[in-house]
Structures are given as C-alpha cells and as structure tokens.
Design a protein. Structure first.
Length: 465
C-alpha cells in the first residue's frame, strides 16, 4: 500500500499543471473502477485551483460519490467555485448524513446561502438535524434506510424493496415498522435471501434489536457500536418512530476525530480545526500559545517556591543538584497516572463512583514507585560517595536519606494528583483530557519543591541546615 502511495505521489509531482490532464490517468484502472477515496486523495494532494477545476470536470455521479471523502476545507472551496446548477445538484444528491456534515462545518453566513441550494424536502430535513446539538447522533443520521411491514412475505418484501428503495450502505439491514412508522425489529439482508420466499416476515422477527435516540450523544453511539458489534444502528424519537440510521463508517470518523481532539488536549494544545499539515503556521502557534502561557505562568511559581527556601539552599547548596531529578520524577508519575485514568474513564472502565477505589490503588502504587525511585537515588549517592566519584560531604548519608524520602513523597503526591484531577474534572462536567500531562507536571513541579525542601529541613536539621 505504501509503495502504491509513493508511486501516486511521484506521478502527482511530475504533472505539468499548465496543461489539461485526466485525473484517472494517475491510476492504472478504468474510470468506473477508481474508488472515490482514491480520487479524493489526489484532489487533496494537488494545488487547490487545479483540484477545483478537475473536480468540476468529473461526471456528476462521480462528484457525488467523491465529495464526502474530500477534506472539509476543499469541500467548501469546491462548492464556492461550482456553478449554481452543479452545486445544487451535488448537495441535493448527497446522503443526508454527508449533507448535514457539510452544513455543520459552514459558518452561519455560508449556511444561510447554501441552504437555499436545497429543494424543500432536503432543506427541511437538514435544518431539522442542524437544530440538534453538534454532539448528537442527529448530525450523523442517514435517511436512506430500507423498511418493510411485518405482514409481508419475503417475496413481497423483496419486490417492495426493489421498487421503493435505492442501493445504499444503509440498506445492509432491513427494518420492520408498523403503519405509524414505529420500529419493531431489524432483519439482516442475508435472512431475506436465504429463507423461503413464502415465509412471513413475522417468522423472521425476534424483537431483539438495538437503537439510538436522536438526542443521544455521539459518544453513546460509539459505545453502542462497540458493545453490539453493529455496522448500522437505527435512530428513533420519543415515540419510537424510525427516523434514519447511523452507519459504522461515520462512527469511525467521529471516533477518530474525538480521540485526536483528546490527544491534542492532553498534550496541552487547543483542538486543531484542520489536520496538522493543513493548519497555517499562525493558527498552529495560536493554538499552542494559550496553554504554553498558562503553564509558563504556573512554572513561575517554581521560582517563587525556590525563593522561599533560599536560606536552605544557601546553607546546603548540594540540595540544588537534585532539584531537576526530584521535580521530573513527580511530573512523570503524575502524567502516567493521568493518562491511565483519562483512558479508563473514556472506555467506561471507571465511573465517578470509583474514586475511592482509584485513590486507594494510586496511594499504594505511588508509594511503591516512590520507594523504587528513592532506593535507586539512595544507592546512586552511596556508590558515588564510596568510590569517590563525587564528594557529597560528611553528611552524605543524610543527603541520601533526604532524596529517598523526598522521592517517596513527591512520586506519591504526583500519582495521587494525576489520578484524582481527571475524576474531579469529570465531576465538574469538564473534559478530563483538559488535565493534560503538562498541566499535571507543572502542578507537581511546584508542590514537589515544597515537599522536597520541607523533608530536607527535617532530615538535615542540625547538620547542613
């Protein structure tokens, strides 16, 4: 696959953009055998003006199939540059989920303009879905589903389906509804094919189906797809009326988008509106600067803390040598704990009620980790002193004990803080990913210094201090 992509990119680089070219010449296939995703990949890779010109020259049906695969930035530019007739035909013939997705990404002004490109039915449907929360499954609904009634035979159902519904990805599952449109059951297409034509639909029904409510969150939808291993799930309203379906390809896109957003937040970066390679340098700097400024101001408290212990440092300069070691260990342990808990919360392995369970585990975990790191620190100082590789002074063993107990305290505190902060944020209905690794590390850096010099004051009292 990588070799194919390299060859494709090489062909793109060698194109003479000043002359006309056929996009299908990039592929060793006939026009009707090129997958829309492959066409979209090329369009996303070439200069915008040539991508728009190339897209406008494609057959209308190929445009419809390719458009959803094109990156949203290019989608907006394509619609602007297409003629009114072309743009109207394209938008009206998109599946409802792809059409809603397109309008969701538009500015309010653009949405007002392009909504008038739709016919009355599509306009009403799109505005209805846009009225729901951006995070609801309403934004993912595909209304091109296939439905039958329970009083039909398989033969009658097959004729009815061929006559009234078009071939679409949502038709992999057939839905059984009553005269009011209420969902009764779902039936796999294979069961219609492999059973006798005279068999009644009621004989195929078992009433065991999964559905989503139109106001459910997209996170709930992702979880249901995982729990029930479905490729398509129906969506109903409060009256159990079948409104449409959500397909697994849309769910995979949403899951990828949400995981990307969480990873960016956890890294101390605001959500990027576009992929990294398509984000301008100014926008990228802006997205990163906010958290860096906040963390920088937080780290300034480290200098304040060290200034508070200025007397201790001046009397025992040796303590300053271990400051980077101490604060980095606390930050690392805190970041580890935060990563584990945030992921466990996302996968619903933990709930808010498990906070005490988490705290108990992390207290013991942090203590044992602190003993391990503290023991290594103590052994290191001892070996360096005994072999005369460095002279820590006559009170070197007390210094080693200070490092030992400080690492236990700081790693324990870092682990506890890293595990509890996501749970607290979740309780406050704030995305736990906001408790980013840099944030936890900064918090533990400041408090770690206080722990370190407090323990030093106790252990070294009467000797170095």
């Amino acid at each position: 696959m990588e070799q194919i992509e390299e060859v494709l990119q090489d062909r793109i680089r060698n194109i003479d953009w000043e002359t006309e070219f056929n996009i299908f010449s990039l592929f060793d296939k006939e026009q009707d055998k090129v997958h829309p995703a492959e066409i979209a990949e090329v369009l996303d890779s070439i200069p915008v003006e040539h991508a728009c010109k190339t897209f406008s020259n494609l057959d209308s049906e190929i445009q419809i199939w390719t458009f959803p695969y094109v990156h949203e930035q290019l989608q907006h530019k394509l619609i602007r540059l297409l003629s009114l007739k072309q743009a109207s035909y394209l938008l009206n013939n998109l599946s409802s989920d792809n059409r809603t997705s397109f309008f969701s990404d538009l500015s309010a002004l653009e949405r007002t303009v392009y909504i008038n490109y739709l016919d009355d039915d599509n306009k009403k449907e799109t505005l209805n879905f846009l009225g729901y929360s951006e995070n609801s499954v309403a934004r993912l609904i595909d209304t091109d589903y296939a439905a039958i009634t329970q009083d039909m035979t398989i033969s009658e159902a097959s004729i009815f389906l061929r006559k009234n519904f078009k071939d679409s990805e949502a038709a992999n599952v057939i839905y059984v509804i009553d005269k009011e449109g209420k969902l009764l059951d779902d039936i796999q297409v294979r069961r219609l094919v492999l059973n006798p034509p005279e068999m009644k639909i009621t004989e195929l029904m078992d009433g065991n189906f999964v559905s989503l409510h139109i106001s459910d969150t997209q996170e709930n939808a992702i979880q249901k797809f995982k729990d029930y291993d479905r490729v398509v799930i129906p969506v109903v309203n409060d009256d159990n009326i079948l409104l449409g379906v959500v397909t697994v390809d849309d769910i995979l896109d949403v899951a990828e988008q949400k995981e990307t957003e969480k990873i960016q937040k956890f890294g101390g970066v605001e959500k990027l509106d576009f992929p990294y390679v398509k984000t301008s340098l100014f926008k990228l700097t802006q997205k990163r600067a906010t958290w860096l400024v906040i963390l920088f101001l937080g780290e300034m408290l480290t200098a304040t803390a060290m200034g508070y212990f200025e007397d201790e440092i001046s009397q025992a300069v040796i303590l300053a040598l271990f400051v980077p070691l101490i604060i980095s260990s606390g930050g690392n342990s805190g970041s580890q704990a935060a990563t584990l808990i945030i992921r466990a919360l996302a996968l619903k392995e933990l709930t808010l009620r498990d906070w005490w369970f988490v705290m108990r585990r992390e207290i013991f975990s942090g203590f044992f980790l602190g003993v391990i790191l503290g023991g290594i620190g103590l052994i290191r100082i001892t070996i360096w002193q005994l072999f005369k590789w460095y002279d820590y002074g006559e009170h070197w063993f007390l210094v080693a004990l200070t490092i030992f107990f400080s690492l236990i305290g700081i790693v324990l505190w870092g682990t506890l803080a890293g595990s509890m902060i996501p749970i607290i944020l979740k309780k406050l209905k704030i995305d736990p990913a906001t408790s980013s690794a840099p944030f936890v590390a900064t918090l533990v850096d400041v408090t770690g210094l206080i722990i370190y010099f407090t323990i030093a004051a106790i252990v070294l009292n009467g000797t170095l201090l």
